[in-house]
Design a protein around this ligand. Structure first.
Ligand SMILES: [Zn+2]
Length: 425
């Protein structure tokens, strides 16, 4: 098919009820693709794969890799972190209108040394003393996070990232390197203390998302445990886990290609990051093949924090074209990400004559069902379209016009409707 040139596209926002009449080339489409449906008038329908940005190991103030001396790996950079590093995440979010997940480590935010009471969480154990990291920068960074909630999602990653017993650590905080979850009472305490430290800085409420430290994670209960980590997280209000399935224990239990449901907690595949955690800074180029764009904090920062924007710009330029693809999109936040991924995987949108039949019966079977929520559809056509809905609400439409027309429709489900229809004119 004719290659779509991004530069030729003109984006238009269209009123919800009006038809669209715009002139453009009418080259017929001659293509096939395993993730689309073609109908006779050269229309392709996609339920695009959503992409969410997940940034690991946010929260450290020291950049030092301490792993040789029984301290955590941290971010492994040759400078300390500064409030500008938090602003970099917000800047990425604002530029793309997304809410990146900051997988957060909190121990160096402990103002009152409460972690003395949880010796498994730090390298100093009962002698924990964080006074060297208590300063004005905590308030400055907390303010950046609080004032930019829409562009910064605080995600649980850990307290100290590893797990200390008698002065030495093993990987990792929540699950060991054999895939066994830490004792349930310790898991609960680590979650409690994570929350207490957030509260020291008015950074609540407690997050709803989780990235396991060092990606040590078991899907479902691990050997010797009757309860899964997901279930303990759920008791604490977490409903979504993001981790690479390639290193996940019991991954054969996962029900779908990109995600599984563990005790009702949606667990989504991170895939493989383009960069190792130590790449500082990074220059992303590799096409994403899965729903998560995973990276580590140093990958998007500059050795000179005043120049962070230069590296953030690279990530913006890398991610922005995703919205212009016919079969992908950037998720606005992790809730819409989860819902759209369910739709992408299980909802069907089938062209039929001059309409598109949408069927939610498979996606509605999930406990995390996206019932009554939104779904994004993309229509690729060689001519302008008028779209009317039946049994579903068109919340918004936008058009990318190039040699073809790509319509992005945001639809709102109506209660009780398992099926809906779009009529095309
Ligand atoms: Zn980590």
């Amino acid at each position: 098919m004719a290659k779509i040139s991004r530069r030729k596209f003109v984006k238009k926002i269209i009123g919800t009820s009006s038809g669209i009449v715009l002139m453009g080339s009418t080259d017929p489409l001659m293509s096939s693709h395993n993730n689309m449906n073609i109908c006779s008038n050269n229309l392709q329908v996609f339920i695009p794969m959503p992409v969410q940005v997940v940034i690991d190991d946010v929260g450290w103030w020291s950049g030092k890799d301490g792993s040789k001396t029984q301290e955590p790996y941290r971010t492994g950079i040759n400078r300390n972190h500064v409030p500008e590093d938090y602003k970099a995440i917000v800047d990425l979010g604002k530029a793309l209108n997304i809410r990146p997940q900051a997988a957060f480590i909190v121990c160096e935010w402990d103002k009152n040394n409460i972690l003395r009471n949880l010796p498994t969480s730090t390298w100093m154990g009962e002698k924990w003393d964080n006074s060297s990291w208590v300063g004005q920068w905590l308030d400055e960074a907390a303010e950046i996070i609080r004032n930019n909630r829409k562009y910064f999602e605080l995600t649980v990653h850990g307290i100290g990232h590893e797990y200390w017993e008698a002065g030495t650590f093993t990987r990792a905080e929540w699950t060991d390197s054999n895939g066994k979850m830490r004792p349930p009472d310790q898991v609960k305490l680590h979650l409690d203390y994570f929350e207490k430290i957030l509260n020291q800085h008015n950074l609540g409420p407690f997050p709803e998302s989780f990235v396991p430290a060092a990606f040590r994670h078991s899907f479902g209960p691990s050997e010797g445990r009757i309860i899964s980590l997901a279930e303990l997280l759920k008791e604490h209000g977490i409903n979504y886990i993001n981790t690479p399935f390639s290193s996940m224990y019991n991954k054969e239990r996962v029900q779908f290609e990109h995600f599984g449901s563990d005790a009702g907690v949606m667990t989504i595949d991170r895939g493989n990051d383009e960069f190792p955690w130590l790449t500082f800074p990074a220059n992303p180029v590799k096409d994403l093949t899965g729903p998560t764009c995973g990276l580590h904090w140093p990958n998007m920062l500059h050795p000179n924090p005043e120049r962070n924007a230069e590296v953030v710009k690279r990530w913006i330029n890398y991610l922005k074209p995703i919205n212009e693809k016919k079969d992908m999109m950037l998720a606005q936040d992790s809730v819409s990400f989860q819902h759209q991924l369910i739709h992408h995987s299980l909802t069907r949108a089938q062209p039929k004559n001059n309409s598109i039949e949408i069927d939610f019966s498979e996606s509605d079977k999930l406990p995390e069902s996206a019932k009554n929520e939104e779904i994004i559809l993309k229509l690729l056509s060689d001519k302008p379209l008028k779209v009317k809905s039946n049994g579903i609400k068109i919340i918004s439409q936008s058009l990318l016009e190039g040699t073809e027309f790509i319509y992005t429709l945001k639809l709102g489900r109506l209660a009780g409707n398992v099926r809906a229809q779009l009529r095309l004119g």
